[in-house]
Design a protein around this ligand. Structure first.
Ligand SMILES: O=C(O)[C@H](O)[C@@H](O)[C@H](O)[C@H](O)COP(=O)(O)O
Length: 258
Protein backbone atom coordinates (compact mmCIF):
# COMPACT_ATOMS: atom_id res chain seq x y z
CA UNK A 1 0.00 0.00 0.00
CA UNK A 2 1.50 3.33 -1.04
CA UNK A 3 1.93 5.67 1.87
CA UNK A 4 0.89 9.28 1.29
CA UNK A 5 3.06 11.86 3.03
CA UNK A 6 1.77 15.41 2.98
CA UNK A 7 4.17 18.28 3.65
CA UNK A 8 3.41 21.92 4.31
CA UNK A 9 6.22 23.16 2.06
CA UNK A 10 8.55 21.98 -0.67
CA UNK A 11 11.54 22.30 1.63
CA UNK A 12 9.91 20.05 4.27
CA UNK A 13 9.07 17.55 1.53
CA UNK A 14 12.62 17.60 0.20
CA UNK A 15 14.19 17.16 3.66
CA UNK A 16 11.91 14.25 4.45
CA UNK A 17 12.71 12.39 1.21
CA UNK A 18 16.44 13.15 1.51
CA UNK A 19 16.50 11.85 5.09
CA UNK A 20 14.92 8.56 3.97
CA UNK A 21 17.41 8.17 1.11
CA UNK A 22 20.35 8.92 3.42
CA UNK A 23 19.05 6.46 6.06
CA UNK A 24 18.57 3.74 3.47
CA UNK A 25 22.03 4.34 2.00
CA UNK A 26 23.64 4.29 5.47
CA UNK A 27 21.81 1.02 6.29
CA UNK A 28 22.73 -0.78 3.08
CA UNK A 29 25.71 -3.17 3.05
CA UNK A 30 25.49 -3.77 -0.69
CA UNK A 31 28.55 -3.08 -2.83
CA UNK A 32 26.61 -0.34 -4.65
CA UNK A 33 23.78 1.97 -3.63
CA UNK A 34 21.73 2.88 -6.69
CA UNK A 35 19.62 6.05 -6.64
CA UNK A 36 17.40 6.73 -9.65
CA UNK A 37 16.79 10.43 -10.27
CA UNK A 38 14.39 12.13 -12.69
CA UNK A 39 15.67 15.21 -14.51
CA UNK A 40 13.52 18.23 -13.84
CA UNK A 41 12.04 20.51 -11.21
CA UNK A 42 10.66 17.78 -8.93
CA UNK A 43 14.08 16.36 -8.07
CA UNK A 44 16.05 19.61 -7.64
CA UNK A 45 15.06 20.42 -4.01
CA UNK A 46 15.33 16.76 -3.04
CA UNK A 47 18.86 16.47 -4.41
CA UNK A 48 19.83 19.70 -2.71
CA UNK A 49 18.49 18.40 0.64
CA UNK A 50 20.33 15.12 0.02
CA UNK A 51 23.59 17.08 -0.41
CA UNK A 52 22.92 18.61 3.05
CA UNK A 53 22.40 15.14 4.56
CA UNK A 54 25.64 13.92 3.01
CA UNK A 55 27.52 16.93 4.39
CA UNK A 56 26.06 16.70 7.90
CA UNK A 57 26.45 12.94 8.23
CA UNK A 58 29.72 12.69 6.28
CA UNK A 59 28.24 9.84 4.27
CA UNK A 60 30.52 7.63 2.23
CA UNK A 61 29.68 8.14 -1.46
CA UNK A 62 32.09 5.61 -2.91
CA UNK A 63 29.30 3.08 -3.45
CA UNK A 64 26.78 5.60 -4.72
CA UNK A 65 25.48 5.19 -8.29
CA UNK A 66 23.16 7.81 -9.80
CA UNK A 67 20.88 6.64 -12.61
CA UNK A 68 18.98 9.01 -14.88
CA UNK A 69 15.49 7.82 -15.74
CA UNK A 70 15.78 9.02 -19.31
CA UNK A 71 17.45 11.22 -21.90
CA UNK A 72 16.32 13.19 -24.92
CA UNK A 73 17.36 11.63 -28.19
CA UNK A 74 18.31 13.21 -31.50
CA UNK A 75 17.97 11.31 -34.73
CA UNK A 76 21.07 11.53 -36.91
CA UNK A 77 21.95 9.91 -40.27
CA UNK A 78 24.09 7.42 -38.33
CA UNK A 79 21.22 6.53 -35.96
CA UNK A 80 19.65 7.76 -32.72
CA UNK A 81 21.90 9.24 -30.05
CA UNK A 82 21.53 11.12 -26.75
CA UNK A 83 21.60 14.89 -26.96
CA UNK A 84 25.09 16.18 -26.06
CA UNK A 85 26.05 16.59 -22.40
CA UNK A 86 26.72 20.30 -23.11
CA UNK A 87 23.05 20.79 -23.91
CA UNK A 88 21.12 22.54 -21.07
CA UNK A 89 18.50 19.78 -21.21
CA UNK A 90 20.95 16.88 -20.99
CA UNK A 91 20.08 14.34 -18.26
CA UNK A 92 23.78 13.61 -17.84
CA UNK A 93 24.43 17.28 -17.24
CA UNK A 94 21.50 17.41 -14.79
CA UNK A 95 22.88 14.54 -12.71
CA UNK A 96 26.32 16.12 -12.77
CA UNK A 97 25.08 19.57 -11.71
CA UNK A 98 22.54 18.42 -9.12
CA UNK A 99 24.24 15.18 -8.00
CA UNK A 100 27.87 14.37 -8.69
CA UNK A 101 29.41 17.86 -8.37
CA UNK A 102 27.61 19.22 -5.28
CA UNK A 103 27.80 15.83 -3.51
CA UNK A 104 31.54 15.56 -4.07
CA UNK A 105 32.03 19.21 -3.14
CA UNK A 106 30.76 18.52 0.41
CA UNK A 107 32.63 15.21 0.81
CA UNK A 108 36.06 14.34 1.99
CA UNK A 109 38.35 13.40 -0.96
CA UNK A 110 38.53 9.82 0.25
CA UNK A 111 34.73 9.41 0.30
CA UNK A 112 33.75 10.89 -3.08
CA UNK A 113 31.68 9.15 -5.74
CA UNK A 114 33.12 8.34 -9.14
CA UNK A 115 31.97 10.15 -12.27
CA UNK A 116 31.80 6.67 -13.85
CA UNK A 117 28.91 5.98 -11.48
CA UNK A 118 26.61 8.44 -13.23
CA UNK A 119 24.57 6.21 -15.54
CA UNK A 120 22.31 7.47 -18.30
CA UNK A 121 20.33 5.27 -20.70
CA UNK A 122 22.05 5.37 -24.07
CA UNK A 123 20.02 5.63 -27.28
CA UNK A 124 22.68 3.85 -29.31
CA UNK A 125 22.39 0.73 -27.08
CA UNK A 126 19.39 0.94 -24.70
CA UNK A 127 19.70 -2.71 -23.63
CA UNK A 128 23.09 -1.90 -22.03
CA UNK A 129 21.23 -0.23 -19.16
CA UNK A 130 19.66 -3.57 -18.25
CA UNK A 131 23.12 -5.12 -17.91
CA UNK A 132 24.44 -2.16 -15.90
CA UNK A 133 21.48 -2.22 -13.52
CA UNK A 134 21.95 -5.96 -12.95
CA UNK A 135 25.66 -5.45 -12.40
CA UNK A 136 25.02 -2.74 -9.80
CA UNK A 137 22.40 -4.86 -8.03
CA UNK A 138 19.26 -2.96 -9.14
CA UNK A 139 17.76 0.31 -7.97
CA UNK A 140 17.71 0.83 -4.19
CA UNK A 141 15.68 4.02 -4.17
CA UNK A 142 13.84 5.69 -7.06
CA UNK A 143 12.80 9.31 -6.89
CA UNK A 144 9.91 9.48 -9.34
CA UNK A 145 8.32 12.53 -10.95
CA UNK A 146 5.10 12.78 -12.94
CA UNK A 147 4.30 14.64 -16.10
CA UNK A 148 1.74 17.28 -15.07
CA UNK A 149 -0.74 16.63 -17.86
CA UNK A 150 -0.29 13.02 -19.00
CA UNK A 151 1.33 11.26 -16.01
CA UNK A 152 4.48 10.25 -17.94
CA UNK A 153 7.20 8.83 -15.71
CA UNK A 154 10.71 8.89 -17.08
CA UNK A 155 9.67 9.07 -20.72
CA UNK A 156 7.07 6.31 -20.35
CA UNK A 157 3.97 7.93 -21.75
CA UNK A 158 0.35 6.79 -21.57
CA UNK A 159 -0.06 3.25 -22.92
CA UNK A 160 3.34 2.06 -21.62
CA UNK A 161 3.28 -1.61 -20.75
CA UNK A 162 3.88 -2.81 -17.22
CA UNK A 163 6.55 -5.10 -18.74
CA UNK A 164 8.43 -2.38 -20.65
CA UNK A 165 12.20 -2.02 -20.19
CA UNK A 166 14.84 0.45 -21.35
CA UNK A 167 14.00 1.52 -24.90
CA UNK A 168 13.63 4.39 -27.32
CA UNK A 169 10.19 5.98 -27.29
CA UNK A 170 8.41 8.64 -29.27
CA UNK A 171 7.35 11.52 -27.00
CA UNK A 172 3.66 12.42 -27.17
CA UNK A 173 2.45 16.03 -27.54
CA UNK A 174 1.50 16.39 -23.85
CA UNK A 175 4.83 14.96 -22.69
CA UNK A 176 6.60 17.43 -24.96
CA UNK A 177 4.57 20.42 -23.77
CA UNK A 178 5.16 19.40 -20.10
CA UNK A 179 8.86 19.25 -20.90
CA UNK A 180 8.80 22.76 -22.31
CA UNK A 181 7.67 23.86 -18.84
CA UNK A 182 10.50 21.88 -17.22
CA UNK A 183 13.04 23.31 -19.67
CA UNK A 184 11.96 26.78 -20.86
CA UNK A 185 15.40 26.94 -22.52
CA UNK A 186 13.84 24.95 -25.40
CA UNK A 187 12.11 28.22 -26.24
CA UNK A 188 9.38 26.68 -28.38
CA UNK A 189 7.50 23.36 -28.55
CA UNK A 190 9.05 22.76 -31.97
CA UNK A 191 12.47 22.56 -30.31
CA UNK A 192 11.48 19.87 -27.78
CA UNK A 193 12.88 16.56 -29.10
CA UNK A 194 10.40 14.03 -30.47
CA UNK A 195 12.21 10.98 -29.10
CA UNK A 196 13.69 9.87 -25.82
CA UNK A 197 15.36 6.82 -24.32
CA UNK A 198 13.91 5.72 -21.00
CA UNK A 199 14.02 3.10 -18.29
CA UNK A 200 10.82 1.07 -18.61
CA UNK A 201 7.93 0.60 -16.21
CA UNK A 202 9.27 -2.84 -15.20
CA UNK A 203 12.67 -1.32 -14.35
CA UNK A 204 11.04 1.27 -12.09
CA UNK A 205 8.67 -1.27 -10.50
CA UNK A 206 11.65 -3.42 -9.48
CA UNK A 207 13.12 -0.63 -7.30
CA UNK A 208 13.37 -1.67 -3.65
CA UNK A 209 11.90 1.67 -2.56
CA UNK A 210 10.38 4.64 -4.41
CA UNK A 211 8.57 7.84 -3.84
CA UNK A 212 6.57 9.91 -6.28
CA UNK A 213 7.47 13.54 -5.62
CA UNK A 214 4.69 16.00 -6.40
CA UNK A 215 5.02 19.67 -5.62
CA UNK A 216 3.43 22.81 -6.97
CA UNK A 217 -0.07 23.54 -8.11
CA UNK A 218 0.43 22.06 -11.56
CA UNK A 219 0.91 18.61 -10.00
CA UNK A 220 -2.58 18.55 -8.44
CA UNK A 221 -4.01 16.50 -11.32
CA UNK A 222 -1.10 14.06 -11.06
CA UNK A 223 -1.78 13.68 -7.34
CA UNK A 224 -5.51 13.00 -7.83
CA UNK A 225 -5.00 10.62 -10.75
CA UNK A 226 -2.23 8.61 -9.05
CA UNK A 227 -4.22 8.34 -5.82
CA UNK A 228 -7.30 7.21 -7.71
CA UNK A 229 -5.47 4.15 -9.04
CA UNK A 230 -4.83 1.17 -6.79
CA UNK A 231 -2.19 -0.47 -9.01
CA UNK A 232 -0.44 0.29 -12.28
CA UNK A 233 -2.70 1.81 -14.87
CA UNK A 234 -1.13 2.44 -18.32
CA UNK A 235 -3.34 5.49 -18.82
CA UNK A 236 -1.40 7.24 -16.00
CA UNK A 237 2.14 5.82 -15.98
CA UNK A 238 3.33 7.44 -12.75
CA UNK A 239 0.91 5.06 -11.02
CA UNK A 240 3.88 2.64 -11.35
CA UNK A 241 4.73 3.83 -7.83
CA UNK A 242 2.00 1.46 -6.55
CA UNK A 243 3.97 -1.53 -7.91
CA UNK A 244 7.05 -0.80 -5.82
CA UNK A 245 7.44 -2.80 -2.62
CA UNK A 246 8.07 0.15 -0.29
CA UNK A 247 6.31 3.06 -1.93
CA UNK A 248 5.24 6.56 -1.02
CA UNK A 249 3.81 9.68 -2.55
CA UNK A 250 5.41 12.81 -1.11
CA UNK A 251 3.16 15.75 -1.86
CA UNK A 252 3.27 19.39 -0.86
CA UNK A 253 0.32 21.52 0.24
CA UNK A 254 -0.09 23.12 -3.20
CA UNK A 255 -0.31 19.83 -5.11
CA UNK A 256 -2.50 18.13 -2.50
CA UNK A 257 -5.19 20.80 -2.28
CA UNK A 258 -5.45 21.65 -5.98
O1 LIG B 1 13.70 12.33 -16.09
C1 LIG B 1 12.47 12.33 -16.13
O2 LIG B 1 11.80 11.63 -15.36
C2 LIG B 1 11.77 13.11 -17.21
O3 LIG B 1 12.61 14.04 -17.77
C3 LIG B 1 10.41 13.60 -16.95
O4 LIG B 1 9.56 12.52 -16.73
C4 LIG B 1 10.22 14.63 -15.84
O5 LIG B 1 10.63 14.07 -14.62
C5 LIG B 1 8.75 15.02 -15.74
O6 LIG B 1 8.41 15.65 -16.94
C6 LIG B 1 8.47 15.94 -14.59
O7 LIG B 1 9.26 17.09 -14.73
P1 LIG B 1 9.20 18.21 -13.61
O8 LIG B 1 9.79 17.59 -12.41
O9 LIG B 1 10.03 19.33 -14.14
O10 LIG B 1 7.78 18.56 -13.45
Amino acid sequence: MTEVRKHESVSRLASSVALRIADSMARSDDPHYVLAVPSGRSAIPVMSAFVNEVRERRLDLRRLVLVALDSYVEVTPSGPRNIPIESPQSAHRFLTEHGLDPLNAVSDCSLRMSAANVLVPDASRPEEMERKLREKGGVHFAILASGASDGHVGFNGPGSSEHSRTRIVELGPLTRSDNLVTYPTFGDLENVPRFGVTLGIANLAESREATLVLHGRDKALAYRRTLARAGYSPDWPSSVVHLVNASAIDVDFEASRG
